[in-house]
Design a protein around this ligand. Structure first.
Ligand SMILES: C[S@@+](CC[C@H](N)C(=O)[O-])C[C@H]1O[C@@H](n2cnc3c(N)ncnc32)[C@H](O)[C@@H]1O
Length: 288
């Protein structure tokens, strides 16, 4: 499809501009989100029309006009073409996710990571998702991994509303428990010592919140799925610096740990990578 898009644009905009958008658009449900210099320009509309032509299911094209920022991890969006809306339903691995892309975080680029984690889970695990958004990790796990419970926390009230809707849409009522609030406080108040596995899909806060992820684990230990953004030169290894800073933090908590796996999940900017690090906590001290 992307080849067809390139072909349909080649006569109207420069090949540099095509390359720029080629890897830089996401499709969420029937909404495409593009990154262009000027969202009101003629070339933005040309690109939008070409995308709608090639992807016949796309009804709306929005331009991302800011970086993803703030506690709720939102981006500014501007309508370019098609129906003027920000709500849609996205399908991924036979799960349905209702989402308002202007008011909640959502990235289809994390789908393989969601699947990787889901495949690691043993039956009847208790899972805590500290930064759950509209519930994509939580719903997928509930649907395919046979967990005992997935406590699914987010601080954005609207994300939790969509999470509740997604629990209903995917019929995972008793398995996913939606919780509104700051995951630090919720773990301290009601979830300490309960989890076999904790998910931390928020790079901006993961290091600060790591002690709370450790506190959420059962006394026998468990797994933490940690995410970070790292800068790396061409041949640098981004996971290396993540591993070093996490090791330092865990050593200060006096817990036993290993790092069985790490990988680059996606590129987030020139030389910037999102890194996933699996942490196995093998023993807990009284300090954590
Ligand atoms: C990068 S998004 C990840 C969402 C989801 N896991 C996904 O993959 O689509 C991070 C989420 O963390 C939430 N968040 C930010 N700070 C939080 C906090 N202190 N406690 C709970 N959730 C928080 C944001 O509202 C946002 O929805």
């Amino acid at each position: 499809l992307r080849k067809r898009l390139r072909k349909s644009l080649i006569s109207v905009i420069s090949s540099d501009a095509i390359s720029e958008i080629y890897n830089a658009y996401d499709i969420i449900g029937d909404i495409a989100i593009i990154k262009v210099q000027n969202a009101s320009s003629k070339s933005a509309r040309t690109i939008a029309k070409a995308i709608m032509n090639v992807h016949s299911n796309v009804k709306t094209v929005l331009a991302q006009t800011s970086a993803v920022t703030g506690d709720f991890r939102l981006r500014s969006l501007k309508h370019v073409d098609g129906e003027n809306k920000t709500r849609t339903i996205h399908k991924e691995f036979r799960c349905l996710y209702s989402v308002d892309v202007g008011k909640c975080y959502f990235s289809p680029r994390l789908s393989n990571e969601r699947l990787r984690i889901t495949k690691m889970i043993e039956p009847l695990e208790v899972i805590i998702n500290m930064f759950a958004g509209v519930g994509c990790f939580s719903v997928l796990i509930a649907k395919y991994a046979n967990p005992a419970r997935v406590y699914s926390i987010d601080v954005n009230p609207l994300a939790v509303e969509f999470m509740k809707k997604n629990i209903r849409l995917n019929r995972v009522y008793d398995l996913v428990v939606p919780l509104l609030g700051n995951s630090k406080e919720i773990i301290n108040r009601q979830l300490a010592g309960l989890a076999d596995r904790v998910l931390m899909p928020l790079p901006a806060k993961a290091l600060e919140y790591l002690p709370f992820a450790v506190a959420a684990l059962k006394i026998s230990g468990g797994w933490i799925h940690y995410y970070d953004f790292e800068y790396a030169e061409k041949n640098g290894i981004p996971a290396e610096s993540t591993t070093m800073k996490v090791a330092k933090k865990l050593a200060a908590l006096d817990v036993g740990f290993t790092f069985p796996f790490s990988r680059v999940v996606r590129t987030t900017g020139p030389n910037w990578r999102q890194v996933a690090l699996d942490i196995h906590i093998t023993s807990l001290s009284d300090k954590s």
